[in-house]
Write a protein that binds this ligand. Structure first.
Ligand SMILES: [Zn+2]
Length: 322
């Protein structure tokens, strides 16, 4: 919701900027025609110009980035929240997903400066089926690029990995829920949502005990399709959860012999302004992850981590309750 506010603010500032620009133009013409008052009017034009640039910098500062942002093609992205690094070199300041259409007119009229303000593209990297022996490796890679990931962990695997899970949260990653058992039979074949929700509630408690944070974002094992129908989704929402599927399936789980295929899948599927990439805690994923990140950076994406206060709805059914 707050994004919408920010977007509106951004848009209205742009409109104001456009207005002030037209005003400046009009003033300039008048200045030529009326040579007597030209000095005064030019002064005003300069004032308008300055005002307009000040406004643009205000927009930059006030548009909160919920991203572990990276400069495209560079490894020096800062974890900003909100961004504290002003100026045109500030990485894509993200109003996460498909919130506002880009004001291309404004973007074109001010070639260099405006490109930095342009709506950024955002990637959420998600890692399922941990914690595992690979969790730490994944976190190390993310830390190297100064970005964060969203993990969906299995309750029955938490025991023995408590410290890693804690570290993941403390490092700024989001640790979400992925059921206790990950057992298709147990969670889907009862005919209703009871077992499913009970497992997630149980895991939520466990996670709160370990990390001090009670996660609300879940990912259904194997995705929500086709097992989870409308009523089932309503039950999940009523239980206080949000549920993420994904927009890009890296198919990493079946590429153990060929990590390059994971990168290929990502390249083939990534095209939206906001993408949620499904990956798993697998050796091949760890191996290819740096290349995946660098590819996405070059494509101009910033990296975001899930924030409950800035929820983005990502489920196959496009169910806004979740
Ligand atoms: Zn899974």
């Amino acid at each position: 919701m707050s994004y919408i506010n920010r977007s509106t603010q951004k848009h209205s500032t742009r409109t104001a900027r456009a207005k002030s620009k037209r005003k400046a133009k009009g003033v300039a013409v008048t200045a030529v025609a009326l040579s007597v008052v030209s000095l005064t009017l030019s002064g005003f034009a300069v004032y308008s110009y300055l005002k307009q640039h000040t406004a643009s910098s205000v927009v930059k500062h006030s548009t909160t980035a919920v991203v572990s942002a990276n400069l495209a093609g560079k490894n020096e992205g800062t974890v900003v929240q909100p961004s504290t690094k002003p100026g045109p070199s500030t990485p894509a300041e993200t109003t996460p997903p498909a919130a506002t259409p880009t004001d291309s007119k404004a973007a074109n009229s001010e070639p260099v400066k405006q490109s930095a303000v342009k709506q950024p593209k955002v990637i959420y990297l998600t890692f399922d089926d941990g914690p595992s022996k690979h969790t730490q490796e994944i976190m190390d890679i993310l830390a190297r690029y100064q970005i964060h990931g969203t993990f969906f962990m299995i309750g029955n695997q938490l025991s023995g990995h408590e410290q890693t899970v804690k570290d993941a949260v403390e490092a700024g990653n989001y640790v979400g829920l992925h059921s206790m058992s990950h057992d298709k039979k147990k969670i889907y074949e009862s005919g209703n949502s009871d077992n499913f929700i009970n497992e997630f509630k149980q895991e939520q408690k466990l996670m709160a005990k370990i990390t001090g944070v009670s996660p609300t974002l879940i990912r259904a094992p194997y995705g929500s399709k086709p097992e989870i129908g409308e009523q089932f989704r309503g039950d999940i929402a009523d239980a206080g959860f949000k549920m993420w599927d994904w927009t890009v399936d890296s198919q990493d789980w079946r590429s153990s012999d060929n990590p390059k295929r994971i990168l290929k899948e990502v390249k083939r599927q990534v095209h939206r302004d906001t993408e949620v990439i499904l990956m798993h805690e697998k050796a091949q994923t760890v191996e290819i992850l740096p290349e995946v990140i660098e590819y996405l950076q070059k494509k101009g994406y910033a990296f975001a981590v899930y924030k409950p206060n800035h929820h983005v709805s990502v489920n196959f059914a496009k169910d806004k309750r979740l």
